[in-house]
Write a protein that binds this ligand. Structure first.
Ligand SMILES: [Zn+2]
Length: 241
């Protein structure tokens, strides 16, 4: 590994997306002593908090509070920092203020790795919107003339984490990340998302399936759990591997 102390920026449309889709990557990099920072653009208060809305007397503010508490707990288990933008969901509002806040984050963090949603998702338009906001703010952060303080950004690679129904989202795994050593943390973080208990087993099974495929593609028989990622930009290397 060239630089073991990389900074990873994870951009999540809703409170829990980062847990199901990138919890392994987050735990893996944090276990290596890297800084991992999660930006939650919204709490998923309207669209992804089904169980909470079944409770009597529930309000939007209470849902947000509960989801924030769950996400903070999950981030802590994974060893990451977390910030909430409260940009609303259904729809996620890509305001100038949100984009500027994201550009400022890119300039401050100077991440070497960026993780976000895939560019298509016909089941949840907030996900591609979060992807667009990520790609936009990354590019703006690279522009010397963009009027925000901080060093202009280099060219960190951006990876899409796996959507819920990859075939419908034009998602093809290009990278299988071995998360075996930290899977226990991912599972515990998933269990912190109590409003979406129905997804715990689903994403455990998915990690196992991607693990089997990682073995098939590498010959490394020790891999038990993996996460799939897709690149937005070409990999630049002086070594084909
Ligand atoms: Zn979501």
């Amino acid at each position: 590994m060239d630089n073991p102390k990389k900074t990873v920026l994870v951009i999540s449309a809703h409170a829990a997306d980062f847990v199901w889709r990138a919890g392994g990557a987050i735990a893996l990099y944090s276990s290596r002593g890297c800084r991992v920072r999660i930006l939650c653009l919204s709490y998923g208060e309207r669209g992804e908090s089904e169980r909470l809305w079944k409770m009597p007397g529930m309000t939007l503010e209470r849902v947000k509070k509960e989801r924030q508490a769950e996400s903070e707990k999950a981030a802590e288990i994974l060893g990451a920092e977390i910030r909430f933008f409260n940009a609303s969901d259904y729809p996620l509002r890509l305001s100038d203020e949100l984009l500027e806040g994201m550009v400022a984050e890119f300039r401050e963090c100077q991440p070497e790795i960026v993780l976000t949603h895939s560019s298509a998702d016909p089941y949840n338009m907030d996900h591609p919107d979060a992807c667009q906001a990520t790609l936009r703010s990354r590019v703006y952060a690279q522009a010397a003339g963009y009027p925000l303080p901080g060093k202009k950004l280099g060219a960190p690679p951006v990876f899409a984490f796996e959507p819920h129904q990859p075939e419908q989202c034009d998602f093809k795994p290009q990278v299988l990340l071995d998360i075996t050593s930290v899977f226990d943390h991912k599972r515990k973080a998933m269990e912190a998302m109590e409003a979406q208990e129905h997804l715990w087993e689903y994403y455990t099974d998915l990690s196992k399936r991607r693990g089997v495929q990682a073995v098939r593609n590498s010959g490394k028989s020790g891999i038990k759990y993996a996460e799939a990622y897709q690149r937005f930009y070409p990999q630049v290397t002086d070594e084909l591997s």
